[in-house]
Design a protein. Structure first.
Length: 225
């Protein structure tokens, strides 16, 4: 992937000039059209002033799926994907996420008013970039996900986001990103002193209404809506 051009995004503009942004990355094989329907269910004020960006991942061959080409933030090399990581792909997608943050800043939204969010693979990218971003973000939302490139985190994490609010949600019946992977990420980040709120739901690899309510409440808090 190249960062010469910004990723295409589904963009939901607020009813008044935006003063905050949420960049929300989808999961493997999905697209930027997956999560926009959730926005009206978040319970945000009618005059919220939040721009939502849902970027489309590029289509690449995915090893674990027999080399099938599909939208993916990085290659999945095998089912032990928390250990065998396509580090170059992760870093490339993290650079794409950073470029979108920079675009929002250029449009007048400070980093402190930007939330980086993601589901599954997208959540791994949100955590990777969010923890390393050189300026403090409003929040990091990590849904049904895990830490990628964890071995480099100690040396690469940014002090600017040490106090950033992190909401991590996971399904207790998730067969794809099994709960122990989410729990390992939770324990690692709590051990490093991050402000992380952990929530679980009786669901598989998906989102549910209770989770959407919790995300909305968290967003209203970190963006002071």
């Amino acid at each position: 992937m190249s960062t010469d051009s910004l990723l295409d995004c589904v963009v939901l503009e607020p009813g008044r000039p935006a003063e905050a942004s949420v960049i929300w990355l989808h999961g493997l094989g999905a697209s930027g059209h997956d999560f926009p329907p959730i926005v009206p269910e978040l319970g945000l004020p009618a005059d919220h002033g939040v721009r939502f960006l849902f970027p489309h991942a590029p289509s690449i061959p995915v090893t674990v799926n027999g080399g099938m080409v599909m939208p993916a933030w990085y290659d999945i090399l095998g089912m032990d994907f928390e250990r065998r990581v396509d580090e170059a792909g992760v870093r490339d997608s993290a650079a794409h996420a950073r470029a979108l943050i920079e675009r929002e800043k250029a449009a007048g939204i400070p980093a402190s008013r930007i939330v980086l969010a993601g589901f599954s693979q997208g959540g791994a990218i949100a955590l990777h970039e969010g923890l390393r971003h050189p300026e403090g973000l409003a929040g990091i939302l990590a849904l049904s996900t895990y830490l990628a490139c964890d071995g480099n985190l100690d040396g690469e994490r940014s002090e600017a986001n040490q106090g950033t609010s992190i909401l991590q949600c996971h399904g207790t019946q998730d067969p794809m990103v099994v709960p122990r992977m989410g729990e390992a990420a939770r324990d690692r980040l709590l051990g490093l002193g991050y402000r992380l709120d952990w929530k679980t739901y009786p669901m598989a690899h998906q989102v549910c209404p209770e989770e959407i309510d919790d995300i909305g409440a968290w967003l209203r808090g970190v963006l002071a809506l």
